[in-house]
Design a protein around this ligand. Structure first.
Ligand code: G3I
Length: 328
C-alpha cells in the first residue's frame, strides 16, 4: 500500500483556498476511498447527484437521497460543499426536454424553488455551459435556449436562484474551454459578456471555470497573458473566479504514461498558478479523486487516461506536487 501519510495537496494552503474534488454516492460505499477524500479535501462537489436528473427524476417529484448523502458526508467531515448544477442542457431527466419546450419558465422556476434552499453550500453553479464552443454566441443545442429563444433564460435562472438560495450562497456561471485551447479567448470573452449582464442584474457572484483541458486541443497552447487578463477583468468587476473541474484528457497519440503525466501537470499547474496569483477565487477542485475513477475512461475509451493527483493505488502523481506548489 502506498505511503498513506496524509499530505494534502493544499496542506500549507493559505486559509483562503479550498482544494477539493468531485465525489459521487458510489464513492461513499468504499470506506477507504471516503476516508481518503475526507483527509485530502476541504471542499467537495457532487459529480451528478445535484443535477436535475437526480433531484427531480419525475416532474414534480424530488428525490434527495443521494444528494443528502453527499451533503451529510461533507458536513460530518467539516468539508465545504458546492452545488452543481441548476440549469444545464445535460444531466436532464427524460421528461425534461418536452416539458421545457412547453413551459420552460414553469419547469425552471419549480426546479430552482424545489432544490436551491436545501443545502448550505459555498457556491452554486446556477447555469452551466451556455456559451457556444467557439465563443461565437450562445449554445443553441440546449432545450432551455430553444424554448426561451434567447439567453434571457440564464438571467431568469440567476434571478430565481438569488431568491431561493440561502443567503450568502455564491451564485456562479459555469463553463469549460475558457482557460486553454484555440477558442479560449473567444469563449472567455463571450462568458465575460454574459457575466457583465448578470452583474448588471445584481444576481451573479462569479464564474466557475471547469478547466477540463486536453493537450491535443490545447496543444498545450495555454496563453498565460490572456488568462491573467481575463482573471484581472473579472476581479475588477467584483466577480469571483474558481477552478472547479480540473483534469486533462489524454488525446495525444504520442505520450506514454510518464510523459503525459509530466506534460499535463506542467500545463495544469501553470493555469492554477496563474489563477492563484490573481487572488480572484478560493475554490480549486479536480474532477478526479484518483486516476482510475474518472469520466474520461468512458468518454475516451480508445485511449488510456491518466488524470488526477493520485493513481489507482493512491500514490501521488506528478500533478499532486505541481498543484501543491502552485497553491502554496
Ligand atoms: O445513475 C444512472 C444509473 O441509474 C444508470 O444505470 C446508468 C446507465 O445509464 O446511468 C447513470 O447515470 C449516469 C450519471 O453520470 C451518474 O453516474 C449517466 O448515464 C451519465 O451520463 C452521467 O455522466 C456524468 C456527466 O457529467 C453527465 O451528467 C459524468 O459522470 C460526469 O463526470 C459529467 O460531469 C460533467 C460536469 O457535470 C459538467 N462539466 C463536464 C463534466 C464531464 O462531462
Amino acid at each position: 500500500m502506498a505511503d498513506r501519510t496524509v499530505i494534502k495537496v493544499g496542506a500549507a494552503l493559505k486559509k483562503s483556498v479550498l482544494y477539493g474534488s468531485l465525489l459521487n454516492v458510489g464513492n461513499l460505499s468504499d470506506p477507504t476511498l471516503a476516508a481518503f477524500v475526507a483527509s485530502q479535501n476541504r471542499i467537495v462537489v457532487a459529480e451528478s447527484e445535484m443535477k436535475m436528473r437526480s433531484l427531480q427524476p419525475t416532474q414534480g417529484t424530488f428525490s434527495f437521497t443521494d444528494a443528502d448523502a453527499i451533503a451529510a458526508f461533507a458536513q460530518t467531515n467539516g468539508i465545504a460543499l458546492r452545488f452543481h448544477t441548476l440549469v444545464w442542457h445535460g444531466g436532464l431527466p427524460t421528461w425534461a426536454a418536452s416539458a421545457i419546450a412547453a413551459d420552460w419558465q414553469g419547469v425552471m422556476d419549480s426546479h430552482i424553488a424545489g432544490v436551491s434552499g436545501r443545502y448550505a453550500v459555498q457556491s452554486m453553479d446556477v447555469a452551466n455551459e451556455v456559451i457556444a464552443d467557439d465563443g461565437s454566441g450562445w449554445r443553441t443545442d440546449s432545450p432551455w435556449y430553444q424554448a426561451a429563444g434567447s439567453i434571457d433564460y440564464v438571467r431568469r435562472a440567476f434571478a430565481k436562484a438569488r431568491l431561493a438560495a440561502p443567503a450568502g450562497t455564491k451564485l456562479m456561471l459555469c463553463d469549460y474551454g475558457c482557460e486553454a485551447g484555440a477558442t479560449a479567448l473567444a469563449k472567455s470573452t463571450k462568458l465575460m459578456e454574459l457575466a457583465s449582464t448578470l452583474k448588471s442584474d445584481g444576481t451573479i457572484d462569479g464564474l466557475s471555470l471547469q478547466c477540463h483541458i486536453n493537450l491535443l486541443a490545447a496543444g498545450a497552447s495555454f496563453n498565460q497573458t490572456n488568462f491573467a487578463a481575463f482573471l484581472a477583468q473579472a476581479k475588477s468587476m467584483g466577480l469571483e473566479v474558481n477552478l472547479t473541474e480540473i483534469d486533462c484528457a489524454n488525446q495525444n497519440p504520442n505520450y506514454d504514461e510518464a510523459t503525459f503525466k509530466q506534460v499535463s501537470a506542467d500545463v495544469l499547474s501553470l493555469i492554477v498558478q496563474t489563477w492563484a496569483s490573481a487572488g480572484v477565487g478560493q475554490e480549486c477542485l479536480t474532477w478526479c479523486i484518483k486516476q482510475d475513477l474518472s469520466w474520461l475512461h468512458d468518454t475516451f475509451p480508445t485511449r488510456t487516461q491518466w488524470p488526477g493527483c493520485f493513481d489507482a493505488s493512491y500514490r501521488r502523481n506528478p500533478l499532486f506536487y505541481r498543484l501543491r506548489g502552485a497553491l502554496n
